[in-house]
Design a protein around this ligand. Sequence first.
Ligand code: GLC
Length: 477
Amino acid sequence: MKSAQNQALRRPGRWLLGLCLAVLVQGLVGCAAQGPAGGPPGSDVFFDRGVNLGNALEAPDEGEWGLTVLESYVDAIADAGFETVRLPVKWSGHAGSAPPYSLDPDFLARVDEVVGWILDRGLNVVLDLHHYDEMSTTPAAEVDRWLAIWKQLAEHYQHAPEALAFELLNEPNSALGDPLWNTMVRQALATVRPTNPERWVVVGPTSWNATSALGGLALPEDRHLVITFHYYDPFDFTHQGAEWVSPSPPIGRSWTGTKLTPRAGWQDWSWDTDVGYDDQIGLTFEAGWAGFYLHSAQPVTGYQTLVLRTSRAVDLLVTCGPDDGGFAVRTEAGAEGQVALGDCGGTQDVPRIIIQDGTGQPQPAFVLQTLELRGPSGTLPLLVTEADAIGTAFDLVSDWAAANGNPPLLLGEFGAYSTADMGSRVRWTRAVREAAEVHGFGWAYWEFGAGFGVYDPNTSSWRNGLLDALLDKRTSH
Ligand code: GLC
């Protein structure tokens, strides 16, 4: 049966029929595959250990961005041990501009061919609607067209195996905010479900699928949703020199994982203060009343005390609550100081911590050796290593999932651009991939063979450091 199915899958357009027949031979009642596809046994992560076949079918025309998908690439992906291919496709560039917004049949046949190659090798495929650029500027005007595209795709792929998932829209952003996006997701499900009642549908939050935007995603009642998010932090590292980012972060930033950074969910809103993020945090108040300011997007609860330690004695004003002002503290060199949150304006929730110059004069540098909250919930360090920051970001994703019925989660994109040094890219890629696995998320690396490529199409070989970071293996081809 397997080989009959494989043969059918090789021919675009025939694999749907082939699969239906194969399933019928087994005595099953329909064409839809039963049970989970491609995930580790006992896990509810179906779309895992993936790579994005990016910069090919989501270019205005395939090949325009330097990559045309070859069947040999899919062989290489399967042979290496990946289980999933996320396939970004610019469907909006190949559909009519007026109703019924028909998809270009030649383009659809080409995507079928690639999808067939992927399924044929027993891999999962996440068919991702990518680069619908107008969705970022005039989304409301595009909704009908977007739904019409999904209606056609849903009909076309209705008999495809369960290993094929639909991803409704890559990285909704800018003008496409939560209220409209949440409505659109419901409309798209209403469009897709009549023909694909149990198809896995992948959906992510706004703000370019940022983890921090998950809170705005209103999950519809639907038992076949996979929730996706992307991770590119620190952005200045992963996107250094990226031509499509303006201003492009300077090239030369390495990633050791040991530099300190605010924990996920906390942002640096400091003013008149030089904050030297390194293996230690150096603070220089450059003007009187300057401040080191950490703001929490989601106020934290369950803590009673702020603990701080500085390398020399400093006069500070400490704020922990919503009101300005500040509680006067004089630290001692290297000694742990404790401030009750009630004294520095904290309430049940801690929305921010401000460590401010208490002298009204600029101050020479000192090292902030400790900054953490303590209480019945334990200890919450506000400054963590960059390696630990990944885990703290993923913890927030897990917390969100736990509060939302624990849907399967897919880290659908992560990667560092080729302008970063390879040692740093390898370290970062491994750290993110391992953190995803620890948290039980499926993952798909961005991307196969272009600027972030784990594979070099010019030499037809894997970049072994990156491959090893993803799959714990190296290959000779
Ligand atoms: C998003 C963009 C893609 C870009 C990638 C990394 O997927 O759509 O074009 O290459 O992020 O920045």
